[in-house]
Design a protein around this ligand. Sequence first.
Ligand code: IMP
Length: 202
Amino acid sequence: MRKIIFATGNEDKMKEIRMILGGDQTEICSMKEAQIALEIVEDGTTFEENARIKASAVARKAQGAVVLADDSGLEIDYLNKEPGVYSARYAGEDTPYTIKNQMLLDRLEGVPKEQRTARFVCAIAAALPDGRLLTTRGTIEGYIGDVPAGENGFGYDPIFYLWENDCSTAQLAPERKNALSHRGKALRAMKELLEEYWRDAE
Ligand code: IMP
């Protein structure tokens, strides 16, 4: 049996990860299920660096399993790619997203649509038992709308709009968002790299 530990405490992420990476041959555990408790300081300056920091820290306690970790966020071009790696911490970790979203909308007031380009980014890192670190990245391009819209999703979804259908990612059904999302793309790319690793290792 192939074993993966995903370095997250977020159950929503675990569902998406199981859907994409799971299978008869692969057991996927959260850190909690693997009984690993760790405080990790995410002090990297890129999404990839933060994902690698988390994966490496957990790998030291993982006894031979493959460890995956992700880091994600929103980049707004007009704001020099803010909030970027600080997306979760922007305006304070505990500040509600209704307020964080309104603060970003205020900073973009009067900026025309073509200059409101933005993207969600997700980096996934894998720490392999042989000591190697692999990284993948997925993105989804869009723009920041004028008003928040939609009830689905989380975080910055209500203000992040897709060009194709002029609606926010909070207005998409969850399956539709997963099919398009930065995290889905990064996970599917990682799945291919892991298949290659396992083919050689087994
Ligand atoms: P982390 O990857 O769990 O550290 O989360 C990064 C932060 O980026 C989240 O707390 C959200 O603020 C934001 N974020 C990442 N992905 C999404 C998404 O799909 N929708 C909305 N916000 C997101």
